[in-house]
Design a binder for this molecule. Sequence first.
Ligand code: FES
Length: 107
Amino acid sequence: MSTDPELTWKPVGQAADWPADGGKLVQVGPRRIGVYRHQGAWYALKDVCPHAGVSLVKGPIQDLAVMCVGHGWTFRLDTGEIDRGPGGFSVPTYPARERDGVVELGF
Ligand code: FES
């Protein structure tokens, strides 16, 4: 997504290891991050639901949003904003991209 030259890109895995349309958990230092391939694009969200801390990456993706399996809130993959659920909640996002088959996150 972002091509900000200020970012440091860290490899987090091989794109071939991802589902064709779905997410996978990666760990970068202390951060647990859900990295998603959806409709040919890459997205990354902190993998902690702001409601009760459930891992988001196990949830289904629909209409550019992932659903928390805890209580059904959904969060947009591109912005981290809540899509379905009470207002005012969001999840931090990270720039994500694929380069030569390697998935990278920007920090
Ligand atoms: S823990 Fe995610 S909606 Fe409740």
